[in-house]
Design a protein around this ligand. Structure first.
Ligand code: SAM
Length: 222
């Protein structure tokens, strides 16, 4: 089912506002009904605000950089990156494209130097449309589904060159299959990637949480 918020019918959607450090406000539409991708998850807020931290922004890190976001959902992370000057492609399944396009449209005024487009990318499928390799791959709360572990790892391996930095933000969950899914994902990924965990002091001082982790992952040189 495609997630299409009806702007005329406010019972169909609700808006989440995320204030940037420069005072501008991202306005992100979420749907009242739909799959997991149609709302903004906490990990997406933590990652979005991390992109604004001084370590990136004082050196104009994002300007002109090619960024690919996986499992973008509402698109908040990619929209934040584009508003900071990056050239971003947000991706998700076909059903999420109308919501992504709507959120891009609603926030287009904040994207002056960068750019942003939405495309379908299903993990495990062909990635030729997304090459050459991006400078950064962003992912928020994408490690939650047993069947996705292998395809997601394969997609990351195909998309990441040794100089690509994957910024992976995820909420550590302790119930159900989540711990096992997480364990398997990192076991598979660490065969080919090195990982650095970003301590709380290097995250946004307000938007961080002990159970939400940010990792920088880089392809190991053989
Ligand atoms: C928990 S949501 C997180 C959404 C968004 N990143 C956030 O944090 O707000 C997981 C996202 O992964 C997407 N997803 C799940 N399986 C996928 C697959 N096989 N290929 C591409 N995207 C997928 C879902 O559609 C959803 O948008």
């Amino acid at each position: 089912m495609a997630v299409v918020p009806d702007e005329e019918d406010s019972s169909n959607y609700f808006v989440r506002e995320i204030e940037k450090n420069d005072g501008a406000v991202l306005k992100i539409y979420q749907c009242s009904k739909g799959d997991v991708g149609c709302v903004v998850w906490d990990a997406a807020i933590v990652l979005s605000k991390y992109l604004e931290t001084e370590q990136f922004c004082t050196s104009k890190t994002w300007s002109g950089k090619k960024i690919l976001e996986l499992g973008s959902g509402t698109g908040v992370v990619g929209i934040m990156a584009a508003s900071l000057g990056a050239n971003v492609t947000v991706t998700d399944l076909e059903d999420l494209q109308p919501l992504l396009e709507m959120n891009i449209r609603e926030n287009q005024d904040l994207v002056s130097k960068g750019s942003i487009t939405a495309k379908v990318l299903k993990w495990g499928e062909d990635v030729n449309d997304f090459l050459p390799h991006p400078d950064y791959i962003l992912m928020a709360d994408c490690i939650y589904y047993e069947q996705s572990v292998e395809p997601l790892v394969e997609t990351l391996k195909l998309l990441a060159a040794p100089e690509t930095c994957i910024i992976c933000c995820y909420e550590q969950r302790t119930v159900g299959v989540n711990p096992e899914v997480e364990r398997r994902f990192f076991e598979r990924l660490m065969q080919d990637f090195d990982s650095e965990e970003i301590p709380t002091e290097r995250q946004d001082p307000e938007f961080n949480s002990l159970d939400i982790h940010i990792l920088h992952l880089r392809r190991r040189l053989i």
